[in-house]
Every structure is written in C-alpha cells, then in structure tokens.
Ligand binder design. Structure first.
Ligand code: BJW
Ligand code: ZN
Length: 248
C-alpha cells in the first residue's frame, strides 16, 4: 500500500494524534462488528431487545446471558496487529489519545494507556439500582453460549440486579470520558478513525469536531466511507493490515 507523502508528513510532525476506534478494529480478533451486513451482531439480533434499558427490565436473563457470552468471547481473544500498531504509535508521537466506542479491553491489552471508553465496558458490570461496581467471579458457574439465558447476579450492597457496564441506546455516555474525547478532538492535529460506521451519536461527533478544528481526519476501513473535504482521507483496508504499515 502506498501512502500519500503529505499525509505521512502530517502524521510524522503531529504533536497530538487522536485514534477513534469502533468495532472494526477488533474484527480481526474474532469479535463481531454491529452493522456489517453478513457478520454484524445487528443482522442476527434485535438491538431493541438487547441493548436498551427497557430490554433489561423486560428480560434480564436474556440480556445478561447475551452480554456474558460476549464477555467470555472477548476473554478468549487477543489484540490484533491493528491494536498493537495503535499502542506503538504512542512511542512515536508526543501525545496520543485513544477514544474507543468498543466495550472490549483489547486496546489496554495491546499496551495503550488511558483509553477513553465512550460506551462503557463488558468488564465493569454494576448494580442497576445503586450503581455500585460489581466484582465478577473469575469464571462463571456455567459458561454462557450465544443465546443462553442467564440470571444476573445480585448486588452485595442493596440486592439489586447487576447489569452490564455498557451504554445502551437512549442512555447518556459517561460525562468525563465524553468531555475528554471532545477536548482531545478539538486539540489534535490528526485523527485516525478506525473501523467505525460513524452512525452512533454523540460518539460520531468526535471526528466531526477534529475536522472542524482543522485536523486531518483519516478513515481506516475496508468499506467506502462518505466524506469530503481536503482534510479527509480514506485508507481502504483492514485495520490490522493498514495500521502496521502506517505506523512503521
Ligand atoms: C473494519 C474491519 C476491519 C469491519 N478493519 N474496519 C442524533 C441523531 C440520530 C440519533 C441520535 C442522535 N443522538 C443520539 C441518538 C440516538 C442514538 C443513536 O445514535 N442512534 C443512531 C444509531 C441512529 N444514540 C444513543 O442512544 C446514545 N445515547 C444518547 O444519545 O443519549 C442521549 C439521549 C438520551 C435519551 C434519549 C435520546 C438521547 C447511546 C448510544 C449507545 C450505543 N451503544 C452500542 C451498544 C453498546 C453495548 C454493546 O456492545 O452491546 O454501542 S450500539 C453499537 O454501535 C455499539 C458501538 O459502540 C456503536 C458504534 O458501532 P461501530 O463501532 O461503529 O460498529 P459498526 O458495526 O457500526 O461499524 C463497524 C465498521 O468497521 C464498519 O464501517 C466496517 O466496514 C468496519 N470494519 N472490519 C477496519 N478489519
Ligand atoms: Zn446495589
């Protein structure tokens, strides 16, 4: 793959790079995306039955079982060359801020520090009543398979049902992470938008803010992305192939 020399120079001279990631960066680790036509989770599951607070109220066993099966899958997966290249970038640029919409911990396991998680984490469940964090036992009594219902545990403080620590549709994003992501986007010289469809708000504002603040925005995605403007670029390909070449 041949990169534009102007783009490479901007990256080399950048003072602050934001890497904004979505499900596509974890696809090569074997974690399904949401909206890919054949393999995306939303092609097989109804988000309104699984990823809303109402869904959890209506059928906690269905929702908890689904998230536990996804958590188990992440625990059995490894960071891929895309995650590793993002961690490597931090050694070459004075400041790198990783902003992810992903609920896995593969950036951290690849070595990225201070990752901003806009949509929470599969690994930080909390009480649905009093919001206290819940410490998961090392292994579940029954390893949940896709589609298996599982009763959520109860909070040790108030007895409420424990819920996944992710952000569902209609819920607010964690204010501190969102504010830090917006501030980083307004400050950066280059933003790499990796493996995201960019349709879920307010997260999708992050690259928009960078663009409006004069940064170069580089999309890394095997699918064509709708964009325009002289400060926007598309590097067409899989994150695990493009990023190691870009960062070398
Ligand atoms: C590769 C690849 C490879 C594949 N390499 N790339 C403004 C307008 C319209 C609607 C709204 C709006 N503001 C708010 C809303 C409502 C809603 C929303 O945005 N809806 C739109 C979808 C229409 N937003 C919300 O509800 C948010 N909350 C909110 O706004 O609160 C305020 C409020 C309160 C009350 C009422 C109204 C508003 C919360 C959104 C939470 C999203 N949660 C999810 C689930 C998390 C838990 C879980 O994991 O189950 O987050 S949805 C899902 O989408 C998940 C993701 O983080 C998110 C983004 O998806 P992502 O990462 O982009 O994945 P995909 O699959 O879409 O794309 C993958 C990409 O990778 C593709 O482009 C592939 O081509 C590419 N790819 N292989 C590189 N190897
Ligand atoms: Zn509680």
């Amino acid at each position: 793959m041949v990169f534009d020399q102007g783009l490479l120079a901007q990256l080399r001279e950048a003072r602050h790079v934001v890497v904004f990631t979505g499900a596509g960066v974890s696809a090569e680790s074997g974690i399904a995306t949401f909206r890919d036509a054949l393999s995306g989770l939303w092609s097989r599951f109804d988000p309104m039955q699984l990823a809303t607070p109402e869904a959890f109220e209506d059928d906690p066993e269905l929702v908890w079982g689904w998230y536990e099966s996804r958590r188990m899958q992440v625990l059995g997966s490894l960071p891929n060359p895309g995650h590793l290249a993002i961690a490597e970038l931090a050694k070459r640029v004075p400041q790198v801020t990783v902003v992810t919409q992903n609920v896995d911990d593969l950036h951290e396991r690849a070595g990225s520090a201070n990752v901003l998680h806009l949509h929470g984490s599969l690994h930080q469940p909390r009480c649905s009543r009093c919001a206290q964090p819940f410490r998961m036992p090392p292994a579940p009594p029954v390893e949940p398979a896709e589609g298996r219902r599982l009763a959520p545990p109860h909070c040790e403080h108030c007895g409420g049902q424990v819920r996944p620590g992710v952000v569902w549709f209609g819920e607010s994003l964690p204010v501190d992470a969102l504010e830090a992501a917006f501030a980083a986007a307004a400050d950066c010289d280059v933003l790499l938008s990796v493996g995201t469809s960019g349709v879920v708000y307010p997260a999708a504002q992050v690259p928009e803010i960078a663009l409006h603040s004069g940064a170069a925005v580089v999309h890394v995605n095997p699918e064509p992305q709708a964009f325009g403007g002289q400060h926007e670029w598309l590097l067409a390909g899989a994150a695990g192939e493009v990023l190691p070449l870009l960062v070398q």
